[in-house]
Design a protein around this ligand. Structure first.
Ligand code: ZN
Length: 162
């Protein structure tokens, strides 16, 4: 997924049973957090690896982190559990959306193979054009449109300050 992680995080926060500014921010950060790895990919590893091979795109890694974080929060900072939960849910949403065309290592550490739902044929001069002109990009546009409609509807129905 190229451009729809942020609005997908926004939609997640709107669908979440509990509401609040902190929960929305946690959902937005979690929705884009895994895509910080291209910074490492390009500036440190100089593009040697697909960025979905880094730990932030590996579900088992997040399961291990969650296995440590959630019990620790439940023990010492129960008030932070809702924020951590929506953050991890947004991470999971990111990985699910990336699995559509980007490939995710669902079975790591058993295998490093990236599993992808829809393979986009690379036929143009740059891969970005192949992704932009593939039908799957319509899903990204749809996510943006729904999120924008919800965002502007919420703004227009918000009461004016007194
Ligand atoms: Zn990603």
């Amino acid at each position: 997924m190229l451009i729809a992680h942020l609005p997908a995080g926004y939609l997640l926060s709107k669908a979440w049973p509990r509401k609040g500014r902190v929960l929305t921010v946690a959902a937005l950060i979690g929705a884009v957090f895994p895509d910080l790895d291209p910074l490492w990919q390009n500036f440190i590893d100089h593009g040697w690896f697909h960025h979905h091979e880094y730990w932030v795109h590996i579900p088992a890694f997040w399961a291990m982190i969650g296995a440590v974080v959630f019990p620790a929060l439940a023990w010492k900072a129960r008030y932070a559990l809702p924020v951590a939960t929506v953050f991890f849910a947004a991470i999971a949403l990111h990985l699910l959306l990336d699995a559509l065309v980007g490939g995710i290592s669902w079975l790591w550490p058993a295998t490093n193979e990236l599993f992808v739902l829809v393979e986009i044929p690379l036929v143009r001069t740059h891969w970005i054009w192949d992704f932009l002109f593939h039908w799957t990009f319509l899903a990204e546009i749809a996510i943006w449109l729904v999120a924008a409609a919800l965002f502007f509807r919420n703004r227009s129905t918000r009461p004016l300050p007194a």
